[in-house]
Design a protein around this ligand. Structure first.
Ligand SMILES: [Zn+2]
Length: 115
């Protein structure tokens, strides 16, 4: 039986790829991680920029299954990144208790800092 070709379904930093690895494993999809593996690029590959040194690979015949997991993972990562930036969250002034927009560094009402 010929060995199936391995296809890169995601590239990212070590933490991201490790997390994705366990997600794919949980779905019983065979998965490999490599930073020097040559593989076919899936057409929907996500470009993680400079940190995209680690590749996640799955067998060719499981790409469709893996795509679902990868997409879900990417959406979740984006959502987490959005909530992790506190500078854009509304905040309550510790002095006058006015509600301030997340883009304000000082209270619009009394000029007190976020604290
Ligand atoms: Zn205030």
């Amino acid at each position: 039986m010929p060995t199936p070709a391995w296809v890169i379904v995601y590239t990212g930093n070590a933490a991201d790829t490790a997390m994705l690895y366990s997600l794919l494993e949980a779905e019983e999809i065979p998965v490999r991680i490599g930073d020097e593996v040559m593989g076919t690029l899936a057409p929907y590959i996500i470009d993680g920029g400079q940190l995209a040194s680690v590749k996640v690979l799955v067998p060719e015949d499981r790409v469709v299954d893996a795509e679902e997991v990868v997409n879900e993972f990417v959406e979740e990562t984006k959502a987490q990144a959005a909530t992790a930036s506190p500078s854009f969250k509304p905040w309550t002034c510790p002095c006058c208790h006015e509600q301030n927009d997340g883009t304000f560094g000082l209270c619009w009402n009394c000029q007190t800092g976020k604290g």
